[in-house]
Structures are given as structure tokens and as C-alpha cells.
Design a protein around this ligand. Structure first.
Ligand code: ADP
Ligand code: ZN
Ligand code: ZN
Length: 729
């Protein structure tokens, strides 16, 4: 018998190996000889015959029996992704597996650590614990309620819950529980504690989602920040948990998982929730993945990679912030986890809810055309809370002091006097984006990229934000020796410095990727803000999402104009989403919020819609424009990306590829090859070729034949890949 095996290699083929150990299910992991080494493979099918010559066929070294096989529905989803994204099946499968399952060593499966009360522990009356033993009481109650809790679930109760657990164990109150002793999930008490009374819009949304359980359907839950989307998710999830089924919740970034995770855990203390993202240690990620696959996990909360987690009892998928670009993987398998989630829901015949305040225009278009059900939450959920007032500061007429206008400074002073917090938003870290010589026009360019080196004054370094290249800030112009180099433009560090100068009594905190670089630094920074130890936060988009600061009443946006004259047709969409999001930080609780945006284009229609918090007006406007010029969602696109040491080789390859494509009998438009927007990154020149069609079927039929033709070409000096539904150009 022969096994057809997928390997993690960039070749569009499967590999046959001999096997005489009996039936093997597809999805099994095997160890096979490959070249001079051993490789892990995944069995895709088996067969009585092979096209490989008998003397060349090798035998499977080992079948890994200790881990469960990849289930058929996930294999089917991966096969779809491989076809749709024109990516080798082997790499597609391995992209979906936790690292621990890609290794050639047999696995020592991490022991799941669950704890329960001992007989002695069950006799303890929480009322008899001392009044200040808050955490111990909480732990005792949680263990009573749930029967058993994992170490993670205990840790989520409180930062000191692990210590309390140790004490319980010392007292003989708690003991380890075998995972196999877990009661069937459906039988466990999963009812939620008191839930808020839903407003009408929320109620309608929840009712619609409940009614749709059991069949495929896509809903777009559209509502501004604070309109109560999460509450809708929670109540939808509750219905699923009560049926004993599983929910998959996708979030764009790891940064956002802890908050949502806490809310889910607080609402469903007895449910088993696991997270899946790339920041987890290998063993933990594997354990969570296996919990999902075994059905032990009720809720899987994760970033894009979790869309491939096996879930035998999946009944609902939720994608929060569905418009977020980080759902799209930008290398290897260039998939969109949001789109794959929709396909997965369809294959599994379960509903999917896409939530956003500013949906992707593709999604909005589908909701308008009736393919998706639109569920709107038009108002903020907390009574009295209203959307922040948005005003513009016209910088064409004002003198800026270090990038800051007098009206913005005055507003900041006002909040400071009232003891309220402000956020100054600027989407560029570092001190200044360019260092320049006024005499010979030398600028701090990166020698490996087509970008500039950003000055980080604190560290006295110039840094490339694209390739990571770093060097000292030169004391004088490297070209002419002029000692007076000029810093142009503004980054977070410079704004921070200017604020320190203009508002000397304010406590200022900078939150960007530099200040949050150390692992776990971000939660500490956020805590400072929550604890009111900060008056003014200077932050990048790292802060724009999800965080809810009760005392924050003012958001100042320092420089947002770049996107208005960008060549990227999605720049306006991104800017609108970003500004809506950052505006959502202001005035969430009792205090009303205000947003001040410095711009030279205050009459731009984007700003007019923003001021009215009118996403539909903005979206319809953009869609009309896109329809007129035939951009997505009114056409389907793919990019052929090429990378080479010299731009000319990349372009030459693309010209040949275009010729090959034109020779094919397929009705798609093929554009001219062009250098990428960032043509050079880390010493590699990048260019691409756009193909598009008004018909997705035509585009995909073309891509399939074209790719085969490209793979048959000789010559390997150019690395190329296809990017289907590209977001970056
Ligand atoms: P979103 O996810 O859209 O930002 P949330 O679900 O986080 O909105 O709700 C925003 C705030 O309003 C939260 O503090 C939440 O607890 C509260 N909230 C949500 N729904 C209701 C409701 N029906 N009644 C009262 N408060 C609510
Ligand atoms: Zn010079
Ligand atoms: Zn660089």
C-alpha cells in the first residue's frame, strides 16, 4: 500500500511512500525520509498503486499514533485554501499546525493541569473564610461551581489565585484532577451570571443569531465602539454553550485577547476557554489545540491561525473587528482568516457573525446586496453615554509648535486642570521620520530598503522600521560634514518631548511598539493609565483598539493627512476605520468625549462623514467610487509578486509571466509589471503584476493554469508567489 503524503516544502505536489502497517486515516502524521533528512508528513490519502518507480519508492519510517489525526473537515478546509490561494497543500497544512506537531520527535504530550476540591475542601464554608480573603473565597466558589478548573482558568480569576491554589493544596482542600474525569461538557453548569438587559437593537441582533443557529448564514454586526457588540456575542455564545457545543471567536491581535478573554471568562466561569495565538509557549499552544480538538474546550479565542483549529462540536463562529488587516497573513499562505472563517462556517453549516464599527467595504457590500444579514446597533449601550464630538483644527492657517497647534494644547491644558485624561494619537513611532542635511540634501535612507531611517533620539539611533537595520545618529552629515543636521517630521518621541515642554506639570506616558517592546510591557503601561497615574498618553494605533479608559475624555489626532493623498485605493478606508476607532477611546463612561483632528483638508468628505459618525455614508461614497473605476469589491484581484536581487530581473520575470498569461485563453485583465510601493526591503527588490476580473470563477480558472505554466518555467533567480485578494501593493 502507498500513502500519499503532504510535506512542508514549497512544491506543488504530494509524495508517495510505501506502507505495510494496515489502514491509515487521512490526516495522520508520519515520519518519512526526505532527501538526506527525516521529515514530518501528513497523510492525505492511500492507494494500492503509485506512479513512482519501484526502485525509487521509500517507506514510511514511523506513524505517530500519540496525537489525534487532523479531522476530515479541517483537511477539506485546507484543501480549499490550497486551491483558492494557489499555495502548495503541504505548506498549507503545516501552516495550520502548532509547531509542536511539525517536529520530527515523538511528542511527550503536556499533561493538562486541572484542579478540583478534595473531600475536605468541599466541606469548607466560604462564609467562614476571613473577610479579606477575597481571592480565596473567589477560588473556592469557582471550584465549587465548575467542579474543576484548569491552571489557566484559575490564573484568570485573579493575579494571586495561583498562590491561593497552592495554599489550598497545602491545606488538603484542593487536588489535581485527571482530564479524563471531566464531566461531559453539556452536563456542566454553564449558565451565565446576571446579564444586562438588552436594548432593542441588541435584542433584535441576539434573536436573529439565535434563530440562525444550526444553519450556515453570515451576519454583519455593525455598531460603533460601545454599542454593545460584545454583549451580543456573549449572549449568542451562551445559547451555544447551553447546547453543549463549541464556539470559535477570532480577534485580530494578541493584544486584544486578554480583555475579551477576561470578559468571556467572567461571564462563563464554568466553561473551558482556551486561547490560541503565536505568543503562547509551544506546550501551551499544543495543549489548547488538543483541547479544542478533543471537544474539551467550549470556547476557542484566538488570532487568525485559530481558524484552522479542529472543533468537533463547532456551532458558531464570531469574527471581531472583521475589517482588521491583520486577519490577512502577509507571507507564505496569504490567507484572510475572515474569509476562510466564512468558508469554514459554510462547510460546517453553522452561522458566522462578523462584527465591526467600520466593516471592510467588501463586507459592507455583501450586507447591502443581501448576501449577508445586516444587524445594526445604532446607539451606545450605556444610557447617557454618547458618541464623542469631533472637531477639526485647520492647520493651513495655524502655526504649529513642534507639530502641536495652540487649540489642541489649550484643550489638553483644560483636561489637565479637570483631572481628566487625554490621548494624543500619532501613527508614527520614533522621534522624527527623516534626518536631513540642509546643505547637500543628504537624507537618512536605509541602504537595504527604499524607506528612510527613523531617528530615535533617546537611544541616539537611526532605525529602519522595515528591515530592522540600525545605526548611530551621525554627529555630522556623512556626505558633506555639515554638523547641523535637521530632524524633519514628527514621531511619538518628539510629540512626547514637545508635550513635556508645553505642559510641564502633566504626567505623560508614551505607548508605542518601542515602549511596549519588552514582552508583557504593554499590560503594565495600560495599568498605569487605568490607575489614573497618567494625564496624557501619546500613542500609536497599538492603543486605538479595544481599550476602555474610563477617565479619557480627549483624543487629539496629530497628523492624519498622509492617507488622503496615498496611491493605495484602500488608504481612505483604513484612515476612516482608524479614526473611528481612536475616537471611540474618548468618553466611554459618564464623562463626554471630544476628538480634535489637526488637518489641512478639513472639508474632505471623509471628515464630514466621520464628524457625523456616519459610516454608511462614507462606505456608500467609497463604493460608488470603486464601482466607477472597477476596484474591489466590483472586481477580483490577484498579485503575482516577485523578489530578486535586482529590480530588473524581477520586472523581466513579470513581463514574461504577463506574456505567458496573455497566451492563455482566459478573459482576465493583466496589468503592466510595477515595482512594489516599498520596492526594496532588506536588500531585495520587489515588484508585482496585477491580474483582475469581474468574475471570481474566471480569475481562479486563469490562476490555476497560469500557475502551472509559471512553475514549469526554468530559472530560479526570482522568487515569486501569488497573492489572491491582496490587501497590500
Ligand atoms: P462594543 O463591543 O460594541 O464596544 P460592549 O459590548 O463592550 O460594546 O458594550 C459597551 C459597554 O456597554 C460595556 O461596558 C457593556 O458592559 C455595556 N453594555 C452593553 N450592553 C448593555 C446593555 N444592554 N445595558 C447596559 N449596559 C450595556
Ligand atoms: Zn550634507
Ligand atoms: Zn531597511
Amino acid at each position: 500500500m502507498y500513502l500519499r503524503v503532504a510535506l512542508d516544502v514549497p512544491l506543488n505536489t504530494l509524495f508517495d511512500y510505501a506502507w505495510d502497517g494496515g489502514e491509515v486515516s487521512p490526516g495522520s502524521r508520519v515520519l518519512v525520509p526526505f532527501g538526506r533528512r527525516n521529515a514530518v508528513g501528513v497523510v492525505v490519502s492511500s492507494s494500492e498503486n503509485t506512479d513512482v518507480a519501484p526502485e525509487r519508492i521509500k517507506a514510511v519510517t514511523r506513524l505517530f499514533r500519540e496525537t489525534p489525526v487532523i479531522p476530515p473537515d479541517i483537511l477539506r478546509l485546507l484543501q480549499f485554501c490550497s486551491d483558492y490561494y494557489q499555495h502548495p497543500l503541504g505548506e498549507t497544512i503545516f501552516n495550520a499546525l502548532p509547531t509542536a506537531l511539525r517536529q520530527t520527535k515523538p511528542l511527550n504530550l503536556p499533561k493538562a493541569e486541572f484542579f478540583r476540591l478534595s473531600d475536605a475542601g468541599r466541606t469548607v464554608d466560604p462564609a467562614n473564610l476571613p473577610g479579606r480573603a477575597v481571592v480565596k473565597r473567589r477560588l473556592l466558589l469557582a471550584l465549587r461551581e465548575a467542579g474543576q478548573l484548569s491552571r489557566d482558568e484559575i490564573a484568570a480569576l485573579s493575579p494571586s489565585a495561583k498562590t491561593a491554589l497552592k495554599e489550598f493544596q497545602g491545606l488538603g482542600w484542593a487536588e489535581e484532577a485527571e482530564i479524563s474525569s471531566l464531566a461531559p461538557r453539556a452536563a456542566r453548569a454553564i449558565a451565565a451570571p446576571a446579564t444586562p438587559h438588552l436594548n432593542d437593537a441588541q435584542h433584535q441582533a441576539v434573536t436573529a443569531i439565535h434563530a440562525g443557529l444550526g444553519v450556515f448564514g453570515v451576519s454583519l454586526l455593525h455598531g460603533v465602539t460601545g454599542s454593545g457588540k460584545t454583549e451580543v456575542y456573549l449572549q449568542a455564545v451562551e445559547a451555544v454553550l447551553l447546547r453543549g457545543a463549541q464556539v470559535l471567536v477570532l480577534v485580530p491581535e494578541i493584544n486584544l485577547t486578554p480583555q475579551l478573554e477576561q470578559r468571556f471568562r467572567a461571564r462563563f466561569p464554568a466553561a473551558h476557554l482556551v486561547s490560541l495565538h503565536s505568543n503562547l509557549a509551544g506546550g501551551e499552544r499544543l495543549r489548547n489545540y488538543l483541547d479544542a480538538q478533543s471537544g474539551q474546550a467550549d470556547i476557542v479565542l484566538g488570532t487568525r491561525l485559530s481558524v484552522f483549529a479542529p472543533l468537533p462540536r463547532l456551532a458558531l463562529i464570531i469574527v471581531d473587528e472583521e475589517h482588521d488587516a491583520s486577519f490577512k497573513q502577509q507571507d507564505g499562505l496569504r490567507y484572510s482568516a475572515r474569509d476562510v472563517a466564512v468558508i469554514r462556517a459554510k462547510q460546517a453549516n453553522v452561522p458566522i457573525v462578523l462584527g465591526s464599527a467600520t466593516p471592510a467595504l467588501e463586507t459592507w457590500h455583501n450586507a447591502q446586496s443581501g448576501r449577508y444579514t445586516l444587524l445594526s446597533l445604532p446607539e451606545r449601550a450605556v444610557s447617557g453615554a454618547k458618541a464623542p464630538d469631533i472637531h477639526f483644527i485647520d492647520t493651513t492657517r495655524l502655526k504649529l509648535e513642534d507639530g502641536l497647534s495652540e487649540p489642541l494644547l489649550a484643550a489638553l491644558r483644560e483636561r489637565l486642570a479637570r483631572g481628566e485624561q487625554s490621548l494624543v494619537f500619532i501613527n508614527r513611532r520614533g522621534y522624527a521620520p527623516v534626518l536631513m542635511c540642509g546643505q547637500c540634501a543628504w537624507i537618512s535612507a536605509c541602504h537595504r530598503c527604499s524607506g528612510r531611517l527613523v531617528a530615535h533620539l533617546r537611544e541616539r539611533r537611526l532605525r529602519c522600521h522595515h528591515c530592522g537595520h540600525e545605526t548611530r545618529i551621525p554627529p555630522a552629515c556623512p556626505s558633506c560634514g555639515n554638523p547641523d543636521l535637521v530632524l524633519l517630521g514628527h514621531g511619538t518621541q518628539r510629540i512626547e518631548e514637545a508635550l513635556e515642554l508645553h505642559l510641564p506639570t502633566a504626567r505623560i506616558l508614551r505607548v508605542d511598539r518601542d515602549s511596549a517592546r519588552r514582552k508583557d510591557a504593554l499590560p503594565a503601561l495600560l495599568k498605569q493609565i487605568h490607575d489614573g497615574e497618567v494625564d496624557i498618553v501619546v500613542g500609536t494605533q497599538i492603543l486605538a483598539k479595544g481599550h476602555d479608559f474610563k477617565k479619557l475624555t480627549l483624543v487629539g489626532v496629530v497628523n492624519a493627512d498622509g492617507a488622503l493623498y496615498s496611491a493605495d485605493f484602500r488608504a481612505a478606508e483604513r484612515l476612516f476605520a482608524q479614526l473611528m476607532q481612536v475616537a471611540g477611546r474618548a468618553g466611554r463612561a459618564e464623562l463626554p468625549g471630544e476628538v480634535l483632528i489637526q488637518t489641512q483638508f478639513r472639508s474632505h468628505p471623509l471628515f464630514a462623514a466621520l464628524q457625523r459618525h456616519d459610516y454608511p455614508a462614507f462606505a456608500d461614497d467609497q463604493l460608488a467610487e470603486r464601482r466607477q473605476v472597477g476596484f474591489p469589491p466590483y472586481c477580483y484581484q490577484a498579485l503575482l509578486r516577485a523578489e530578486a536581487a535586482h529590480l530588473e530581473s524581477a520586472l523581466k520575470f513579470l513581463r514574461e509571466a504577463a506574456k505567458l498569461g496573455e497566451a492563455l485563453d482566459n478573459p482576465v485583465e493583466i496589468y503592466d509589471p510595477t515595482p512594489a510601493q516599498m520596492a526594496r526591503i532588506a536588500g531585495k527588490e520587489r515588484a508585482h503584476l496585477l491580474v483582475q476580473s469581474a468574475s471570481r470563477a474566471n480569475l481562479h480558472a486563469f490562476l490555476k493554469v497560469w500557475r502551472t505554466a509559471l512553475e514549469a518555467r526554468e530559472g530560479r533567480s526570482v522568487r515569486w508567489s501569488l497573492d489572491v485578494d491582496p490587501l497590500e501593493f
